[in-house]
Ligand binder design. Sequence first.
Ligand code: NAD
Ligand code: SAH
Length: 413
Amino acid sequence: MSEIRDLSLKESGLQKINWVKDNMPILAQLEQQFIKEQPFAGVKVSLSIHLEAKTAYLATVIKAGGANIRVTGSNPLSTQDDICAGLVASGIEVFAWYQSTKEEYENHLLHTLEFGPNVIVDDGGDLVNMLHNKLPHLLPNIYGGCEETTTGIVRLKAMDKANELTFPMMNVNDADCKHLFDNRYGTGQSVFDGIMRTTNLVIAGKTIVVAGYGWCGKGVAMRAKGLGAKVIVTEIDPIKAIEAVMDGFSIMTMDEACDDGEIFITVTGCKDVITSKHFLKMKQNAILCNAGHFNLEVSYEELEKIAIKKITRRKNIVGYTLENEKTVNLLGEGRLVNLTCADGHPAEIMDMSFAIQALCAKYIVENKDTLENHLYSVPKEIDDYVARKKLQAMNIKLEQLTDDQKKYLSSWE
Ligand code: NAD
Ligand code: SAH
C-alpha cells in the first residue's frame, strides 16, 4: 500500500537515485554490510525526511538491512514525485506527494506510522509529535529514533527536560560529521543553488543579508562572500556576532539591514525574523528566502496579510506588492529554499549525514534493552567511523601516532 502521485514517473526517479548512489560511497558500503548482517531483520522503520534522491537511497539501505519500511516527506514542497515513484517501484511503501495540503501532509505522516514502527527516523520532529500527540497506543512498540536537524533537537531537548520523551532519541544533528559539513557546507552550497536556479540573477555585487550566524549561517555567509556579494549578518548572540565581525562581515539589526539588503536569507530556527515592519522598509524588488525551519522565519502569514497584490513572477517566485507600492519577492513560499527550489544538499554531504542516520538506527536496535527515554549523543565511534570512511573515499591518508608519541601526549611531566 502506498499513496503517491504518479507511478509512471518511476524511471526518472530511479535514474536520480542511481546517480546519487554512485556519489554516496559510505552508504554504498553500509548497504553491502547490511545485506550480509541483516541488522534490521524483523524491524519496522518509519522515515520522514525530505523525499528526494539521497533520502530514497537511505531508505533503500535500511531496507537492505532487513527492515520493513515506510517513508514520508518532511516538508510538503521538498517531496519529488518521481523519487516517490522510484521508491515504490523498488518495493518500499511511500506516503507523500509534492504540494500536499496540511491535511494530506498529516494523513501521510499518519499512514507512515500506522503499521507500528520500532524505529523512527525524523527530521524536524513531525513523527515524534504525531506519535506522542495522536498515536500514543503505538508508543510501546518503539525502540527509539534518530533526529536529523537542529530545530528537531531543540524540541527534543524540551521534551526530555519535561520528562515527556517516551523512547530514546539519537541527536544526529550534533554529530561532528553532520553539522560541521551538512549544516555549514551543505546549506552554504545548496542555498545558492536554489536562489540561482530560481531567480537566474547575479550574486556578485549584491548586498545579501544572512539572519543567524550558526552552522548554517556561517556556510551561507561564506559562500555569499565567495560569490562576490557584500554580506550583512544579523544575530542575537553576542559571541556569534563577534565571530561574524572577525570573519569580515557587517553586523546590524534586521531593521538597519533593510535599507541596503537585496537578498535576505534566514537561517535561525527562530520565528518572525523578518516581519511586516521589515517588508515595508525594503528596497523595490528585494528577494526573500528561508533556509531555516518551516515558513516561520520570513513571516509568510504577515506577508500574505499585508500584500495588496500577489503575482507569480517565475516558478517558485511570488511577488507581493505592498501599500507603499514596492514589490518584494518570496522564494519557495518561505520554506527551505535549498529543498523547495533545488535538490537540497549534494550527495557527498548527505552521504555523511545519512551514514550517521543508518548507523544510529542500527545502534538503537542493538541497544534497545539498555537505552533510556532520553536524547542521546551519537557515540564517538560512529562519528569517527564515518569520518574515516569519508577520508578513504577521498583517498586521503592520516598520520598515525607512534607509541612514543602517544605516551608523550598523555604524560604531564
Ligand atoms: P544554530 O543554532 O547553529 O544557529 C542558529 C543561529 O541563529 C544562532 O547563532 C542564533 O543565535 C541565531 N538566532 C536565533 N534567533 C535569531 C534571530 N531572531 N535573529 C538573528 N539570529 C538569530 O542552528 P543551525 O544548525 O545553523 O540551524 C539553523 C536552522 O536551519 C534550524 O532551523 C535547522 O533545523 C535548519 N537547517 C536547515 C538546513 C537546510 O538544509 N536548509 C540544514 C541544516 C539545518
Ligand atoms: N522539516 C523541517 C526541518 C528542517 S530540515 C522543514 O522542512 O522546515 C533541515 C534538514 O534537511 C537538515 O538538517 C539537512 O540535513 C536536511 N537536508 C538538506 N538537504 C537534504 C537532502 N538533499 N536530502 C535530505 N535531507 C536534506
